[in-house]
Design a protein around this ligand. Structure first.
Ligand SMILES: Nc1ncnc2c1ncn2[C@@H]1O[C@H](COP(=O)(O)OP(=O)(O)OP(=O)(O)O)[C@@H](O)[C@H]1O
Ligand SMILES: [Mg+2]
Length: 149
């Protein structure tokens, strides 16, 4: 993963509205390079897909990005870099991801974003950027925390 990303971003980003989350995603997209993996964790409906959509927009993806829960993986090729959007909610373990060849996209020609990455933790590259999404006090507050894992 991107070298100085931890220097460019605070550990904790509090987003008080969807547009703020969008701004965070756009800023993140600016530091992502081919081979980077963003591993997202957090409760149901916290804001993993919302962040992914903003990153996609920042990468220039023109297609509508939708949650790939039932497909596990969706690819978007209209941006500057290919975007591989995983949602592994329906998998049990890293083994399941290996079985479908999902890990072959890591360290590849594009950016990978993995929702529910903790389920397949063993398959996630060492240098992935882990971001935990949590709820805040207000209805539209979401807290994005950059973690070590
Ligand atoms: N500040 C915010 N940032 C992100 N989403 C927000 C914010 N405020 C409210 N929301 C709402 O929270 C929901 C987040 O849904 P989203 O699909 O992004 O979550 P998710 O973590 O991907 O869920 P799932 O676990 O089902 O994959 C949306 O309905 C969005 O409108
Ligand atoms: Mg989602």
């Amino acid at each position: 993963m991107n070298r100085d990303i931890r220097q460019s971003f605070n550990e904790v980003t509090v987003c008080n509205s969807e547009p703020e989350t969008e701004a965070f995603g756009l800023r993140l997209s600016g530091v992502l390079e081919a081979g980077d993996v963003v591993a997202l964790t957090g409760d149901l409906g916290a804001g993993k897909t919302t962040l992914t959509k903003a990153i996609a927009r920042g990468l220039g993806v023109r297609e509508t990005v939708t949650s790939p829960t039932f497909m596990i993986l969706k690819e978007y090729r209209s941006g500057q870099l290919p975007l591989y959007h995983f949602d592994v909610y329906r998998l049990q373990s890293a083994e399941d991801l290996y079985d479908i060849g999902g890990d072959e996209y890591f360290d590849g020609d594009g950016v990978c974003i993995v929702e529910w990455a903790d389920i397949v933790r063993e398959a996630i590259p060492e240098d992935a950027l882990w971001i935990r999404v949590g709820y805040g006090d207000e209805e539209e507050t979401r807290i994005y925390t950059i973690c070590n894992q």
